[in-house]
Each structure stands twice: as C-alpha cells, then as structure tokens.
Design a protein around this ligand. Sequence first.
Ligand SMILES: [Zn+2]
Length: 398
Amino acid sequence: MESFNRICLMLFLFLKLSNQSDPRLFQRKVANYPAMDVVGPKPKPEWITAYEQEKAAGRIPNIPPAIKLGPGSIKYPSGVNPLDPNVCSWTMGCKSPHDINDAPDGMMGISFDDGPQGGAVELLRFLKSVNQTATHFMIGSRILGNPKDFQAALTQGDHIAVHTWSHPLMSTLSDQAVLGEIGWTLQIIFDLSGGRLPAYWRPPYGDADNRVRAIAKKVFGLQTVIWNHDTNDWCVTSQDTNTCGNAGPANQAAVTSEIKGFAASSKSPGLIILEHEITVHSVRAFSDSWSTIKAAGWDTRPIPSLFNHPWYQNAIGAFDNPIKLNSVLNATSYINDQLTRPTKDLTSDVIASTSNSSLSQNSTNSPQSRAQSGMSRKEFKSGQFFLVFMIISLFSQI
Ligand SMILES: [Zn+2]
C-alpha cells in the first residue's frame, strides 16, 4: 500500500509538472525573456546564425538604417533613395508589391494592433457576440505583462500575429536589433500558444523597408502586412479625448464616423483598416460601426483568411494541432507542402503518413520526424486523462 501511495504521488507530481498551461510555470519562464519594452533586445545565437546564412546568400540587402526624426518620422542617410524599389520604405511613400496592403474586392480584413491592452477584454466580448474572429498584431512586451488576455484571444479562436517586442521604428534599427524585436515576439507567442509559429507581422507605424522585410521573411518566415485605411484611433485617450493635437479624431464618436465612412466607400480594393485595442474607446468605435459594416455587405475576415492562407506557419487554423517545431525560425521549407494539403488536423495527418514505409528514415529535420518526435498538446491532455483514469481504477480495486 505504501509503495502504491508513492507511485500515486509520483504520478501526481508528474501531472503537475507537465501541465503546460500552469501559470506558475509561465511566471518562472518570464526571466527567460528580455525586459519589457527594451528596444532591440539581444537575439538568440541561433537566430544570428540563420541571419548570417541568409545574409551570406545575398538574400538580405545592404540598406543602411534610417534615422529617427520623431514619432513615425524618419530620413535615410544621403545617397539612399527610399523610393528606389530596391529600398522601398513604406514610411517614405513606397508601396511594396510583397506587402499585404489591400483586401480582395468586397472583403474587409479585421485586425487590431498593440494588444493585449486596455480594450482587449471588451474587444473579445464583442467579437464573440457577433461570431467574428480577428487578427491581433500583438506586442511581445504586452503579452509578457498580460498573458491572461493573450490566452483569452487564443482560446476564443482568434488569430495571433507579430507586432514587435517594443514597438519601435523598425527601419531605424540595426539588423541584430530587428532580429531581437521580431524573434522574441515570435518566441513568447510560440511558448504560450502550444507551439504555434505566427506567419504574419505588422511593422509599427508601417515602417518597413526591403532590409527589414527580408529579415522578417527569410529568417523568420513572416509576411509583412500594412493597411490601406487609417482611423488614427490611437489618438483617443482612455478619457475619450484627443492626444494628437490638431491631428487625428477628437474622440470615439469621430473614429466611429470615420469607420462608417470607410464602410460606405468603394469595395475595390477591399478594406484593411488600421485599428487598435489600446482603449475601450478605440474598440467601441469599431463595435458601434459593426451594423453599418455588415449592412454594406462586407465579407469580414481575419487577415490570412482574406486569401485562404494558413493562420500559422505550422497550423492552418485556430484549433489545429501545430506541427511540432524546435525553434521560431522560418519553417517554410519543412512544412510548405504539408500546409497545402487538404487536411484539417496537420499533426494527425503527418503522423499517419509516417506509417508509410516510403518515407525517408534519416530525415531528422522533416516535418514528419518533427511531428513524430513531439506530442501535441491535445494528445498530451488525453494522456493525462488516461493516467487519472488508471489511478481511479486502481483505487476502486483496493
Ligand atoms: Zn502599433
């Protein structure tokens, strides 16, 4: 009986220690992340190695960092033309054909930046009430400070994307600082989402050039997303007053009428409106516009769903088990062909395919071997239930 008690205790400890969603585990992990809002945090060595390979292969252009003039304002060193297609600074007026700026005709991309912050809870409540999912371009430091609201967005089935660690003007940073800003935001999302690797990012202020775009895409596999309409809703404070002086909307009501105006405009191209979940007022401007948006017939979707693209690099939608990855580096070469296959549950599909003897035995980096070596969260949970069931069964026999 005593040894049985010991086995039960060990099983109990195993279950406790292996529970990935235990918030105490996250509190211990916090020390692994950079300090909140530090600009250009030091990247992990493996990200530097991946970057150096891309750089040596000529896939990351030699564009000098821009110089910061003020909030949202930059200039480039003399001799650099920011409108040259090989530089293509969005802030200076160049639209890259590689960015997502517009939605397809008739569609409206639903996205919110800078979360999880003051308006996050109300936003999720509203989205749920109208059965709508959205893309949340989240700031790594805000996730670190507010992991509960991050989890709530994930649990509700919303789409999570990257909005950097400290919200800087990315084109003004060194290559290493760009690596740190994107890498750490990916890392915290990856860690807290059961291993989902984001596929989309939005540069703060839209500030990207071809150097920044290339680091995001080639090192981390991220697609750059901008917008084609701007509410300037961030100008509205939590007291519903304007913080931008003469520029921007006076208050929530002004943002609402602006969004309604966008909704009444042409359906070609489709809309991607820059909106924020900073305060309840920016969120209410959206919710107050909702009936107008729907009455105008807009097809409203999270950003990747506008193009029927997967939400993550290793999962198609919110509730698919992600293919297990060992890092946040660009996973395209490992999983691209898996993502294009018509399957809902990637992990189970990949595991099923490994029973096929035609697969290579020594491919240690293939998605098959990665998926095979890892246990998905859902499988892990069901394993826990099985162990609990076994313990109860043993007790009932004693
Ligand atoms: Zn932002």
